[in-house]
Design a protein around this ligand. Structure first.
Ligand SMILES: Cc1ncc(COP(=O)(O)O)c(C=O)c1O
Length: 373
């Protein structure tokens, strides 16, 4: 059997990782400024993380959601504490798309409405509802194309207000920082006004923090920069440091009804062990503060390169926009300088390293980056 060929692949097989470094199957070392697409939060193969999963696998890998799972409770308590959302509740699934799928479903159950506001250049995932609120018609299959969604310009308060005041909007879904859209940070004043407008019009505010959350922005959630509290927050990626787990964090205004949401694998014992280890490591090693500090340094240094048109982002979620396509720079970085980075569109390099990145790692990166320009 062959693999279904949907990914353009680099001819590199990564088979080992330690901290912010990965190694291919020939032993070549790479600096990981990509984190496997913003997934690696506490670093590759962190010993505490490895032990937590190994111990749990030796004890119990899985049992169903029909019995008590104290690990889910521990995860929810620790997540509430670290994010400051102790009065919110947690529903666990396995991926980002599933998180947004459940967020939209819950919003619709709650409001009885069906129409959703999303933003231009958004990416929310590839399942039925998540892909429909994603602004990329190429990945919306005809079978997904029946949800009522309006895509508004990023940061456009007047358009958002006009749409919300029609009174029929179920939910607004917005990324904490647009990732695939090119690392675009929403204006603080826009988010604050959006929060008020959603409340005034009975609309659920969903913050997709799948890429920007879990410390990446230098705060636990990127929306904290605006001092707001969303109604639902979707998380995944960094939550499990590579173990597939996602969740929605739900404000106390929602009433849970048995059976309204559910999943076989979501919240399984192994996933919870991984996610608890991630939170413990984040707290013990002050990784949110580290992301803020190292991210600031990295952005300050990058702004000194005249070849870059714009450096934007927060913490360790950084976009470098060039006037010209960046394919060649990225290839040089990878194949000559052995540095993994990400890309969005044709002209933007994305940096999404593990949150354990050090100033010394940044200096190595800057030296290698300079050689590629
Ligand atoms: C902001 C955002 N939302 C949702 C998703 C979908 O997550 P997943 O690929 O885990 O389904 C992604 C993935 O890149 C994302 O960046």
């Amino acid at each position: 059997m062959n693999l279904f060929d949907v990914y353009p692949l680099f001819n590199i097989a990564i088979d080992k990782g330690v901290g912010c470094k990965v190694f291919d199957n020939e032993g070549t070392e790479y600096l990981d400024l990509y984190g496997g697409h913003a997934v690696i939060s506490v670093g590759h193969t962190h010993p505490k993380y490895v032990k937590a999963i190994t111990d749990q696998a030796a004890k119990l890998g899985f049992y169903s959601n029909s019995v008590q799972n104290p690990l889910q409770v521990e995860l929810a308590q620790k997540l509430g504490k670290l994010s400051g959302l102790e009065d919110y509740s947690l529903f666990l699934i396995n991926s980002g798309a599933e998180a947004n799928e459940n967020a939209l479903k819950l919003a619709s159950f709650h409001t009885g409405r069906t129409k959703v506001i999303s933003y231009k250049n958004s990416f929310h995932g590839r399942t039925a509802a998540a892909v429909r609120v994603t602004d990329n018609p190429k990945i919306v299959a005809p079978i997904n194309d029946n949800m009522n969604v309006v895509f508004l310009p990023w940061n456009d308060l007047a358009a958002t207000k006009a749409e919300l005041e029609k009174g029929d909007i179920c939910a607004v879904i917005i990324e904490g920082i647009q990732g695939i859209g090119g690392i675009k940070v929403p204006d603080v004043l826009f988010l604050q006004a959006l929060r008020k407008l959603c409340t005034a019009n009975g609309t659920v505010l969903i913050l997709d923090e799948i890429q920007s959350g879990y410390g990446r922005s230098g705060k636990f959630f990127a929306f904290e920069y605006a001092g707001i509290k969303p109604d639902i927050i979707s998380v995944a990626k960094g939550m499990g440091n590579g173990f597939p787990i996602g969740g929605i964090i739900i404000s106390p205004m929602f009433k849970a009804v048995h059976g309204m949401l559910g999943t076989t694998f979501g919240g399984n014992h192994l996933g919870c062990a991984a996610a608890i280890a991630v939170l413990d490591i984040m707290a013990e090693e002050n990784l949110i503060e580290n992301a803020a500090k190292v991210g600031d340094y990295l952005m300050t240094e990058l702004k000194k390169f005249p070849q870059i048109k714009e450096v934007r982002g927060l913490g360790l979620m950084i976009g470098l926009e060039f006037e010209q396509p960046i394919k060649e720079i990225r290839f040089k970085l990878l194949f000559e300088q052995k540095v993994f980075t990400g890309v969005t569109g044709t002209n933007v390099i994305r940096l999404l390293p593990p949150l354990t990145l050090t100033i010394a790692d940044v200096n190595v990166f800057l030296e290698r980056f300079a050689k590629c320009l």
